[in-house]
Design a protein around this ligand. Sequence first.
Ligand code: ZN
Ligand code: ZN
Length: 409
Amino acid sequence: MRAAGSVALIFAIALSVNPVAAPQTAKPAAPPQTEKLPPLSYACPMHPEQFGNTGDICPICKMDLAPVRLDSVWTCATKPLAVIKDAAGRCPIDGTALVQMTVALTWTCAGGTEESASPGVCPDGSPKEKHTALRAHGNHNPQHGGLFFMAADNTHHLEGAYLSSGVFRMYFYDEFTKPQKVAGMRSVKATVNVKDSRTGKDTLYSLVRSGAYLQATIGKRPLPLEMFAKVTFTPDGKDNRFDFTFPAYSKEPHTAPAATMTNAAPAPSPSAPAAAATLIAPDSSLGIDPALVPLPIPDTVPEILAQLKARTEQVGSLIDKGIFAAIYVPAFQAKDLALALDEHRSELTPERRRIAEPAISRLVRSAYLLDAFGDIGNKQQISDAYAKFVEASKDIQSAFPQSAVRNPQ
Ligand SMILES: [Zn+2]
Ligand SMILES: [Zn+2]
């Protein structure tokens, strides 16, 4: 929590440079309360992956769910929260593409320990200080250019990388995406079943531990390469299946030469990161699909429906490409669009409302399932959840008018 203070400051500065309408009669003493807050969610303090509504209890430990304000920020994949941006771009430290992470926002008074989920005023009259902290499960980004998954136990996380040397390597992490200690790796057993796209033949390999990772030499095979791993984390634990599709060899995120030079050079000017970014060749394997960048929710129903359709198709194309860890981005955007449509349901006839209301709640539920299964990386579960998602999305499309039609009262 200590380090979060300076990060929060950077965040506050980043927000303050957002273009704001020129104040004409602004009172200088007024506190800057124009910042838009992310909505409150309710989660278990002990099991941050357990979400619900206010008044719910955690199904695991029965604690009351507590309010949290979660936000999604863009930051460096391997240096969480070193830089915080509100849009896609390049990491000014190593030149790699920025990734999204989930953070928790809290507010405290100077010298106080009590954290609040909303801004406010301290007893001395000063505004509470904002903190930004990485959340458990907030960073599901690969650290070695591979494919990243979470085990169904919500604790173990792993990344599979297919190196150009023909080696398949598996890295293990905790829920904050910190590398697993070697000692904790001794009981992990894994195999990988590799499908040859030309012959259709499967070959099974046992992974061998090498330091903190497991690996097997599976050879250079035609791409895209499909395989599934079976992993047990404890000697008598059950198998966890992870489906990998590698469209290309995995590449370590490289460090920009400019970043190492700045150590000796005087403090970089504000334009230095931009200059460094242009020196780095675009790397498609690390690039952020611009279509995945969140858009503001449109005002009209037909525009919302069009975006919902686009997001529904994006989820499908990510599933086809095997990019399961990114599914949550368009799935959650579709969920937000569906909830925005829910606010327009009073414009519907009663018959249409009977279709729309359950369809919206089905879409919201299947978006959460897609998020959870996307993390876990089991293709069958993901496809099943996607079928429900598509059906709900279609029902929503059919219930709402596609063009601006006035509904007679
Ligand atoms: Zn709990
Ligand atoms: Zn996680």
